[in-house]
Design a protein around this ligand. Structure first.
Ligand code: SAH
Ligand code: SF4
Length: 347
């Protein structure tokens, strides 16, 4: 089977073994690669359609108890000026985002235990009282009881990337975390009826093609409702300063293959892919992605949530980002989604 036939097989069956995924990750020429992107884009059009769903991202705390080797928010980074927003501020920012037309609010932070499940639950309730929006949480590992409380308070979705599916590689990336805990958390979230998002980082130090294939297999196995795939961007205040950045090409290939494997998943064109290339998000939207997560934070906080450096839109205010992203989506002949953009399983 040649490369294009393998793409066709993925397009029809949504099921490949590890060796086949590895082959798709390494096209021999640009024509083969273009075919992969084209078929992923075609399948995206047929399954989730031409609407691009926007998720308003509220980065409410940059405090983190973890020490992930790649991340600028890791606790050993003492140069970062940290901040925590009050519940009132978070609710206000979410309301402003809803006023700008966002139908999903994503509450994201470092792993910050200052915000108990009760505090988060209260914030979710208040956001939902104010506005007709879905709420996604992205706040790391918590206990079953905590996940349950927040779900009962109205949280609809949860984003927890496994970052790498290979347990040894996971251990090398996360000095104070455990691969089995991560998977257990994802299972608990599924069990509680959250729409679950997970994903990886493309180009992490020490990553191989086999690792990337394992990442894609795990997304398929978990049958995630969302798949977040972004390139690694080195940060100078981490142990991975000086390591190579993930590439646009490999990130787009992973996005495209994940679309072929998980036809109905919501797949964001990540801020990270927009950071490594000026057309990165556009290219991802044309290779299988159907979601964008614009920042809705007031600009004074943005530089202080420095997961990785040179993040785009750092000086912008939420209303500008909203306009800008709509322009991007329309320039691709697509439309901004007007409903929650929830996961829709295939018929
Ligand atoms: N603390 C939460 C959410 C905030 S981090 C959590 O870890 O789940 C959100 C995402 O940022 C992580 O899942 C990781 O994939 C990504 N990230 C962190 N550092 C990065 C880097 N240097 N380059 C690219 N992505 C990074
Ligand atoms: Fe903390 Fe998340 Fe960064 Fe890890 S990736 S250091 S958990 S903010």
């Amino acid at each position: 089977m040649d490369y294009k036939q393998l793409v066709d097989k993925a397009y029809e069956k949504h099921n490949l073994d590890k060796e086949e995924i590895e082959r798709l990750l390494m096209p021999e020429n640009s024509e083969d690669e273009a075919y992969l992107f084209k078929k992923a884009d075609q399948l995206r059009h047929e399954t989730v359609g031409d609407f691009v769903h926007l998720r308003g991202l509220v980065e409410f705390s940059s405090h983190c108890r973890r020490n992930c080797n790649y991340c600028g928010l890791r606790r050993d980074n003492t140069s970062l000026l940290r901040y925590r927003l009050s519940p009132d501020e978070i609710v206000d920012i979410a309301h402003n985002a809803a006023m700008l037309g966002y139908k999903t609010i994503v509450l994201q932070s470092g792993e910050d235990e200052f915000y108990t499940a009760d505090i988060i639950s209260d914030i979710i309730r208040r956001i939902k009282q104010n506005d007709d929006v879905a709420v996604t949480l992205c706040i790391g590992e918590r206990s079953y009881e905590e996940y349950k409380l927040m779900r009962q308070a109205g949280a609809d979705r949860y984003l927890l990337k496994f970052e790498t599916a290979n347990p040894e590689h996971y251990a090398a990336m996360h000095p104070d975390m455990n691969y089995d805990d991560r998977i257990r958390c994802l299972m608990m979230l599924k069990d509680l009826g959250y729409e679950v998002g997970s994903g990886n980082i493309v180009g992490l130090p020490g990553q191989t093609i086999a690792h990337l294939a394992e990442d894609i297999m795990l997304l398929k196995e978990l049958d995630v409702e969302m798949a977040g795939i972004g390139p690694f961007i080195p940060h100078s205040n981490t142990p991975f300063r000086g390591e190579a950045m993930g590439t646009l090409e490999m990130t787009l290939r992973v996005v495209a293959i994940v679309r072929l494997m998980l036809p109905y998943a919501n797949i964001p064109a990540t801020t990270a892919v927009g950071t490594i290339h000026p057309q990165g998000r556009q290219k991802a939207l044309m290779a299988g992605a159907n979601v964008v997560m614009p920042n809705v934070m007031p600009s004074q906080y943005r530089p202080r949530y420095e997961i990785y450096p040179s993040k785009i839109c750092i000086g912008e205010q939420p209303a500008n980002c909203r306009m800008c992203i709509e322009g991007i989506i329309r320039s691709l002949g697509r439309e901004v989604g007007t409903d929650y953009g929830s996961y829709k399983a295939g018929q």
